[in-house]
Design a protein around this ligand. Structure first.
Ligand SMILES: Nc1c(NC[C@H](O)[C@H](O)[C@H](O)CO)[nH]c(=O)[nH]c1=O
Ligand SMILES: CC(=O)[C@@H](O)COP(=O)(O)O
Length: 161
């Protein structure tokens, strides 16, 4: 189902575990920060809305989405239940977009394979700024909200397995 057919911010609180017992690490890319700040706010608000405590949400910034890999690796070394990486990659004139997106995707996948702490992929990979706006609190909702819900669910799965 394409994003255009669902709202990224929709969730049923009755189906979400309470997040009070969990700690979350959020690594935020500074590239396209008007987008990443909106994604962060969506994630933060959803964590709080589902019971997470402000003191249990740790935020680190990194320069760009490619640095999310290293930032997430170091965040996994902290005492956190789950990590969320937040980035916005927007197509430019060259193939650099392809390499950044593929590199980050593979790097975050590898961290999920190699380590115990789940890393949630909240990286927008858009053709245009408008698509990024639409997915970070615009007409399609906020992918940060979606990522927070995924983080809570994966923290619960880790806790019960
Ligand atoms: N063009 C975008 C980038 N590029 C920067 C890289 O992520 C990285 O910081 C650089 O190559 C140094 O290692 N990053 C984004 O997050 N979004 C972009 O649109
Ligand atoms: C994703 C990128 O690195 C890209 O926005 C950089 O732009 P350009 O391809 O025009 O150098």
């Amino acid at each position: 189902m394409a994003t255009a057919n669902k709202n990224l911010s929709d969730y049923d609180k009755a189906t979400i575990p309470n997040a009070k017992k969990f700690r979350f690490g959020i690594v935020v890319s500074e590239w396209n920060d008007t987008i990443t700040e909106g994604l962060y706010q969506g994630a933060y608000d959803a964590l709080i809305d589902n019971g997470a405590l402000p003191e249990n949400i740790i935020r680190w910034n990194v320069p760009g989405s490619f640095e999310l890999i290293y930032g997430a690796k170091k965040m996994q070394e902290q005492i956190v239940s789950a990590v969320i990486v937040i980035g916005s990659v927007i197509q430019g004139e060259t193939k650099h977009f392809d390499f950044v997106c593929e590199g980050v995707t593979q790097g975050i996948k590898d961290l999920n394979v190699m380590h115990e702490t789940p890393v949630i992929f909240c990286v927008l990979t858009d053709n245009t700024m408008q698509q990024a706006i639409d997915r970070s609190g615009g007409k399609h909702g906020n992918k940060g909200t979606e990522a927070a819900i995924a983080a809570i669910k994966m923290a619960e799965l880790r806790n019960n397995s």
